[in-house]
Design a protein around this ligand. Structure first.
Ligand SMILES: Cc1cc2nc3c(=O)[nH]c(=O)nc-3n(C[C@H](O)[C@H](O)[C@H](O)COP(=O)(O)OP(=O)(O)OC[C@H]3O[C@@H](n4cnc5c(N)ncnc54)[C@H](O)[C@@H]3O)c2cc1C
Ligand SMILES: O=C(O)[C@@H]1CCCC=N1
Length: 387
């Protein structure tokens, strides 16, 4: 009988790989989590102090999944005795008659998510220091808030190790040999397992190339901008200033989003939800700042309490799919190779549930949710396969 060194190997210790490894260890599966950089690192997509968590989405399937996901975040908080979530609410603003704004509002209403609809008369009483653009509607998803991202990653990785899971960082995967037993080679060794999960973020296609598969993914660099308050505290989390999101507007095809000042005293994180294409290994050579011009114009017009000049600019990457929905699937030929990719700049909040779903796929179980919006067959012609 063959003896397996590991039951599962997870490649990539960002939020998705870390939660997948944790789920596998919770099921008593002997699991190895491989990471190319020394942990913690800031070279992928999961670093930084904060992320938004929300039920407000245009599509029901995300809102449905978030129901259980909030419980899983709370479970991890209890288990580890660490605070990972702070409720702030999320203010969604957009042209009242636009399709996108209406979809957000309808999804909240249809799914009975606690919400408040604001009007022009009561807006500034609830949301001071924000000018609601002419023609815009405003609705607040009360359940939304901030996740403490770096802390969450450290916590889930720590819990994985407590359950007996092994993390090897500074070990880049250099080859994957598919088969009933998958062989994974790294810069430091060779490992074998019954199944492999690839959660390599912006490097997903580099890893998938070893299995003859390529996905229609585009990696972009995001300038993570922090803006200084003119009066310290005016947009602070303690003043109950919410996270916010702009659906499609005049100035931007995609939306702008922000979080209350919290992690850096006096600084509010506001980003543009798009960026210029980059090679993930050359991220810092990408110097496009056209997003910052758009943000400056928006801030000058609608957030009069901020200095419209970024005080801090950090870097992060999105891995975009054509429809901006995730990819969660098994390899079309090697069913014991599973992948989670293309989280398109909104995957962090789903980490616990993505981990559960990828764990289920890697164990050959029926996934807890309908994965059809996330399967690769939706790309059809765009999925290049050398198989
Ligand atoms: C600026 C910004 C703001 C965001 N805001 C939000 C938000 O508010 N809410 C939200 O829900 N989401 C948000 N997101 C999106 C979210 O952060 C990402 O969807 C998520 O972090 C993706 O995680 P990942 O595990 O897929 O990728 P990553 O975090 O990039 O992890 C992949 C890992 O794989 C490793 N790896 C790659 N290749 C190899 C190899 N050959 N060998 C070993 N290891 C390898 C990498 O080093 C990396 O650590 C935001 C993203 C950005 C950039
Ligand atoms: O996922 C999120 O909530 C944020 C805000 C909207 C754009 C992307 N990320």
């Amino acid at each position: 009988m063959l003896s397996f060194r590991y039951e599962c190997i997870v490649i990539g210790a960002g939020v998705q790989g870390s939660f997948t490894a944790y789920q596998l260890a919770q099921r008593n599966k002997k699991t190895l989590l491989l990471e190319q950089f020394v942990l913690p690192h800031s070279r992928g997509s999961s670093h930084g102090q904060t992320r938004i968590i929300r039920k407000a989405y245009e599509q029901d399937f995300y809102t449905h999944i978030m129901e259980e996901c909030y419980e899983l975040w709370a479970q991890l908080e209890r288990e580890a005795g660490v605070k990972l979530y702070r409720q702030t609410g999320l203010l969604v603003m957009g042209p009242e008659n636009s399709q996108s704004y209406q979809l957000f509002k309808d999804t909240l209403q249809r799914n009975k998510v606690p919400m408040v609809i604001l009007n022009r008369d009561n807006f500034s009483q609830h949301i001071p220091h924000v000018n609601l653009a002419e023609g815009d509607g405003a609705v607040v998803d009360i359940t939304a808030g901030v996740l403490y991202a770096d802390r969450a990653l450290k916590t889930v990785q720590g819990q994985f190790q407590k359950l007996g899971g092994v993390i090897r960082d500074k070990e880049k995967v250099t080859d994957i040999k598919p088969g009933p037993v998958v062989t994974v080679s790294t810069s430091a060794g060779v490992y074998r397992a019954k199944s492999v999960v690839i959660t390599a973020g912006p490097w997903a296609n580099r890893l998938l190339a070893h299995t003859g598969l390529q996905l229609p993914l585009k990696v972009v660099k995001i300038n993570v901008c922090y803006w200084r308050e003119k009066v310290p505290g005016s947009y602070n989390v303690k003043q109950r200033f919410p996270c916010f999101l702009l659906t499609e507007g005049k100035e931007s095809k995609m939306h702008i989003y922000g979080l209350p000042s919290n992690e850096y005293p006096g600084l509010v994180k506001i980003c543009y939800h798009a960026g210029a294409e980059t090679d993930p290994d050359q991220r810092d050579r990408q110097t496009d700042r056209s997003d910052i011009d758009i943000l400056q114009r928006y801030i000058g017009r609608c957030l009069p309490g901020l200095i419209p000049e970024p005080a801090v600019v950090e870097s992060c990457m999105y891995t975009l799919t054509p429809d901006h929905h995730f990819v969660l699937d098994c390899h079309p030929v090697y069913s014991n190779i599973v992948f989670g990719a293309g989280f398109s700049g909104h995957g962090f909040k789903f980490g616990p549930i993505i981990g559960k779903l990828l764990c289920e796929l890697s164990l050959g179980e029926v996934p807890s949710y309908d994965l059809s919006p996330f399967r690769i067959r939706r790309f059809q012609a765009k999925t290049k396969s050398a198989l």
